[in-house]
Design a protein around this ligand. Structure first.
Ligand code: SF4
Length: 465
């Protein structure tokens, strides 16, 4: 492990904005440790993509993003000792390694009564309460904090359930939306009542509206900013987006997140004007079509770049959609708006998918990005320990190849004549984990990337348009 840490080189970013993220994350992790010491604010363990940041921030609760801290341990190649500690407590390595890392860390911190030695970026603060969420098949979102409660029995948990209607090709999901909406509003109101009890403060609904409007504005700005990446050459790739996901997922409902994207947009516009791309001679434009990254191996994005390949778009961590296109019903209640936005986000691709034979929302999103960002190939990452985001990725690739063939080529018929045909985008599936470095081989990964680049080259040669 020491050897792995020693050899690890920092990933090169293409944008100033992405380079500024490290110190920002360090500061907000340090901020939670400071806040705990000073007792000025309540701290809550939280999961990303729950649309409850506005509630927490309106009530001055500081979220501790436990997935983020585990990712930081992974990126610093310092997760193994926490994973091993969790294993020694009886948790299997095949569980979500974010959860294992967090549990190992919490157990160590609680045992010592202080941060474990050399805790990454000062360590993860002890929470006042924990908010778990039953959603999107993620078992740790419901079970992780229950397991953590073994080591912190005095820390209460509140669970919010956040469902959404499943896609059906022949049924309009709008029929079910009012039922789901009512349910989610009740869940979010339950959370507000719990936070009021924990903080001893009453929710200020005007303040909540301010936070909600700020998030909506930020969502639209993110969409506009990321759309700039369709430029040729591409000014920012997925490697950088794995940094700029921080304001999306950990800083939403703050002015800092909005300002961050304002600056990033300006930076990208300048780069486009100067025709400054991520790579000098852009040859291949790739879509990161799914899967959380290996945080310890983000340098692989630089390796793709060294082969002339760039990622103008990714589905991972782009957890926003244009608000105006969601047709959110008008309401005076910010909680109702949050619930509509939740449903609007998760059903965003349903209508478009229904219009295509064999369509499916996740695949529809891939097709939309392939066209919008002029994509040549699709790359996915199967991280073994997170079943939530990774179940169905291979199926999506198969489905994509079946229903979408955008590349014109010549095919040799049985009669010896060549006729024009259409083929699918080449694809690559990488395999490893989010933070478990023992699952990763740099040599194998790069061999796979090399072979994929060869495929892209041969497909480019066979194009007839
Ligand atoms: S299973 Fe996946 S989505 Fe759930 S906590 Fe772990 S990494 Fe996050």
């Amino acid at each position: 492990m020491a050897e792995q840490k020693k050899k690890h080189k920092k990933r090169r970013t293409a944008t100033r904005a992405a380079a500024s993220i490290g110190p920002m994350v360090k500061e907000f992790i340090a901020g939670t440790v400071r806040a705990q010491r000073e007792g000025a604010q309540k701290l809550a363990y939280s999961f990303i993509v729950c649309h409850h940041e506005e509630i927490l921030r309106a009530m001055d609760v500081l979220p501790i993003w436990t997935e983020n801290f585990a990712g930081v341990c992974g990126a610093k190649r310092d997760a193994e000792r926490f994973l091993q500690r969790a294993e020694s407590l009886g948790f299997s390595r095949s569980l979500c390694t974010y959860a294992l890392c967090g549990l190992g860390f919490d157990h160590w911190r609680e045992e010592l009564g202080e941060m474990p030695p050399d805790a990454p970026w000062g360590g993860q603060a002890r929470p006042d309460f924990m908010i778990s969420t039953g959603q999107i098949l993620c078992d740790p979102r419901a079970k992780w904090y229950q397991a953590a409660q073994q080591y912190m029995p005095d820390v209460p948990i509140y669970n919010i359930d956040l469902p959404y209607p499943l896609y059906h090709p022949d049924r309009d999901h709008r029929e079910e939306l009012p039922y789901y909406h009512k349910y989610i509003v009740e869940e979010l109101k339950g959370l507000i009542a719990f936070v009021e009890e924990q903080t001893g403060k009453k929710m200020d609904y005007e303040r909540l509206w301010e936070r909600v409007r700020l998030s909506d504005k930020t969502w639209n700005l993110i969409e506009a900013t990321y759309d700039l990446r369709s430029a040729i050459p591409c000014p920012m790739g997925t490697g950088d987006a794995m940094n700029t996901m921080v304001p999306i997922n950990f800083m939403m409902a703050t002015q800092d997140a909005y300002d961050f994207f304002l600056n990033l947009k300006q930076e990208l516009e300048e780069k486009i004007k100067k025709k400054e791309g991520v790579v000098e001679n852009e040859k291949y434009r790739l879509l990161w079509g799914g899967g959380l990254p290996s945080w310890f191996a983000l340098g692989d994005f630089n390796y793709f770049n060294s082969k002339g390949a760039v990622f103008p778009a990714e589905t991972t961590y782009r957890m926003v959609a244009p608000i105006a296109e969601m047709n959110i019903p008008k309401t005076d209640d910010p909680v109702e708006h949050l619930a509509w936005r939740w449903l609007g986000y998760w059903t965003f691709w349903y209508d478009k998918a229904r219009q295509r034979k064999g369509g499916e929302p996740d695949v529809e999103r891939l097709i939309n990005y392939i066209e919008r960002y002029k994509i040549d190939g699709v790359v996915m990452h199967e991280a073994f320990s997170c079943r939530t985001w990774h179940v169905g990725l291979i199926w999506q690739l198969h489905q994509l190849a079946k229903i979408y063939k955008p590349i014109p080529v010549l095919r040799l018929g049985k009669d010896g004549n060549k006729t024009q045909a259409w083929r699918e985008n080449p694809s690559l599936v990488l395999e490893s984990d989010i933070i478990d470095i023992t699952s990763y081989s740099e040599v194998d990964t790069r061999n796979k990337i090399d072979a994929f680049i060869d495929t892209l080259e041969s497909v480019a040669k066979s194009r007839v348009d």
